[in-house]
Ligand binder design. Structure first.
Ligand SMILES: [Zn+2]
Ligand SMILES: [Zn+2]
Length: 127
């Protein structure tokens, strides 16, 4: 597969998968679709796509980064029990970017806001 075909395939698999997958998970999906992409190539592509802001890389988990095809402004919540990543709409803090710009005078190009805690399902299991 040539380079642009690879990227297309990776984006395709990522955007059909709204659960903030890890690179490992994406690799499994790609294999199932018989895309001949190795882990190193996949990881390099994902990082390049994130750098170009075509996708978003979510760090903040000890073991492995997650990838997000949704680059619209939103926040994340990571469950510390099951490690799943949930979206939080930007409406919870509508003026956060503007207020931060005003307060600091910085040119802000992006932000990564991650909340940590326990999701509904894990909370239910615990009680
Ligand atoms: Zn959970
Ligand atoms: Zn997201």
């Amino acid at each position: 597969m040539n380079y642009s075909k690879q990227r297309e395939k990776i984006l395709d698999v990522l955007s059909n998968n709204a659960v903030h997958p890890t690179a490992e998970y994406l690799l499994d999906l790609l294999k199932k679709e018989h895309a001949n992409i190795g882990y190193t190539t996949l990881y390099r592509n994902l990082n390049q796509l994130a750098q170009a802001r075509i996708i978003k890389k979510i760090d903040g988990l000890e073991n492995s980064a997650r990838f997000d095809h949704n680059t619209h402004e939103h926040y994340h919540f990571i469950c510390e029990k099951c490690n799943r990543v949930f979206d939080i709409p930007k409406g919870v803090a509508p003026d956060l970017l503007n207020n931060t710009r005003k307060a600091t005078g910085f040119d802000i190009t992006s932000h990564d806001i991650i909340f940590h805690g326990v999701c509904h399902e894990c909370k239910r299991k615990d009680s």
